[in-house]
Design a protein around this ligand. Structure first.
Ligand SMILES: *Cc1c(COP(=O)(O)O)cnc(C)c1O
Length: 461
């Protein structure tokens, strides 16, 4: 039997106070640390009672590692050296300075969120932002909810009624966007029934014509934002589909995803992301897109289209559960002011996309000079940046990288130390080197990047 070993293991469990003294380097609030350490020691006690053998040193080491892991789970700023501009795991779009200030101003005090300053009484929430969105989208009306997924759920719940539950959609558009967002699952969760038409690569207007009947709640088009199909591919034009939907008296809705408000072919790729205005002009009744993809604002889901549909959606009880908070509205309002004021260049993701190679090279040269004294080989390299966020999958933007070769040859180790720095730097690995794409490093972060490299290389700042 293991009873004596267990007794030894149980006796080896250190006190909470002792562990806290040992892990004093972790800077988390004390009550949180106490509670966390207590839980960890309880878990060790349970394991010891079940036969595990432990000694004090290894227990303290385990708690220390878990506390460090906990501290690293805190959300905080990082330097994005991946070259992926709208990086979903890194928070998608960084906000413009004006948007940040606007959020801080509204956050720190009271605001006119739902107050009519003319009447001195309750007013409409987000009325100004709705006007801005309608103008940017060239729509009769627009409104906003928490994200594009929420916009889609609202649309489905509203138009797919028990009498008309069917959503007609092409098999070529039953897509997955990023982690855990699958169009068929969203449809099902919204209580709609899926009426698939066509095939993966080929859907005709006749396929739609045959599928639309008196059970149809809406026709849904989903923009293939994060992949492309080539070869024997056909789908009807939006104009043709809209004429059919109108004739049958069912709404045509398009989930556009990215929401580019500028001509994306100007980025040099061949890809043209349709804008919300174009899609509406082609006859779509309602379009949905994200606020934090190509618009470069905070996380939001924008709905634009006919006044009748938008106002009906706003009256749906679900709208109340999906509406944005004041911080998002303030950030979106400031971002849209930039777009509408011909100052879109101040939106960080647009500035990144358009940053000339010469400017990136100058920044890289300056950084290489500064890092001269480090025990690392740092040189300027070429990179290929991408839009990310499920947008423009074929567009690559030529870029400039810092390529760092550690003298010990352990690039993975250096990348790990960079991730553990303050702020963490997220880099890529290739050819035994750490590569940091400067297109996604905000220019104001160049100093912090140099400091982080010094720290990770053990060169001292
Ligand atoms: C990104 C995307 C979504 C989801 O948008 P969120 O704002 O992340 O909810 C939905 N549809 C399409 C086509 C997308 O590209």
């Amino acid at each position: 039997m293991t009873a004596p070993a267990n007794a030894a293991a149980l006796r080896a469990i250190p006190s909470v106070d002792r562990v806290l003294r040992e892990v004093a380097e972790v800077a988390l609030p004390r009550p949180l640390m106490v509670a966390f350490v207590r839980r960890e020691l309880d878990a060790v006690r349970a394991e010891a009672a079940a036969g595990g053998s432990w000694e004090a040193g290894s227990i303290i080491q385990r708690v220390r590692e878990r506390l460090h892991a906990l501290a690293r789970q805190r959300i905080g700023p990082v330097i994005n050296g991946t070259g992926i501009i709208v990086h979903t795991n890194l928070g998608r779009s960084p906000l413009a300075e004006e948007a940040v200030t606007a959020i801080a101003d509204v956050a720190a005090g009271y605001s006119s969120l739902e107050y009519d300053l003319t009447e001195g009484s309750r007013g409409g929430r987000g009325s100004y932002v709705e006007q801005q969105l309608a103008i940017v989208s060239e729509a009769e009306a627009a409104t906003v909810v928490n994200n594009c997924a929420a916009a889609l759920v609202l649309i489905l719940r509203h138009f797919a009624s028990p009498q008309r539950p069917a959503v007609v959609i092409s098999r070529g558009e039953l897509v997955q966007i990023g982690g855990g967002f699958r169009i068929p699952d969203i449809l099902e969760a919204s209580g709609a029934t899926l009426r698939e038409v066509g095939t993966t690569n080929h859907t005709t207007i006749d396929d739609y014509r045959r599928a639309i009947d008196d059970r149809t709640g809406l026709v849904l088009k989903v923009h293939r934002s994060n992949f492309y199909m080539a070869g024997f591919v056909e789908s009807p034009s939006t104009q043709a589909l809209s004429a059919l939907a109108r004739q049958r008296g069912v709404p045509l809705v398009e989930d556009l995803g990215s929401g580019a408000t500028f001509p994306t072919e100007s980025l040099g790729g061949e890809e043209r992301e349709p804008t919300p205005a174009e899609v509406l002009r082609d006859g779509v009744d309602l379009v949905a897109f994200s606020g934090d993809k190509l618009l470069g604002g905070p996380q939001a889901g924008i709905l634009a289209g006919s006044r009748e549909h938008v106002s009906a959606l706003k009256k749906n009880p679900l709208f109340r559960a999906l509406r944005c908070d004041k911080l998002v509205l303030a950030g979106l309002q400031a971002t849209l002011d930039l777009h509408l004021g011909d100052r879109a260049d101040e939106v960080p993701i647009l500035a990144m996309m358009r940053m000339p190679l010469e400017v990136l090279r100058e920044r890289a040269d300056r950084l290489v000079d500064r890092l001269d004294t480090l025990p690392l080989k740092v040189q300027v390299g070429e990179g290929l940046a991408r839009m990310g966020g499920g947008s423009l999958p074929r567009t690559v933007l030529p870029s400039v990288t810092l390529e760092v070769a550690p003298t010990d040859g352990d690039a993975g180790g250096l990348a790990a130390r960079l991730r553990e720095g303050t702020p963490p730097v997220i880099a890529c690995l290739g050819n035994g080197r750490v590569k940091i794409d400067l297109r996604t490093v905000l220019p104001r972060q160049d100093d912090a990047l140099a400091t982080a490299l010094f720290a990770a290389a053990g060169g001292g700042a």
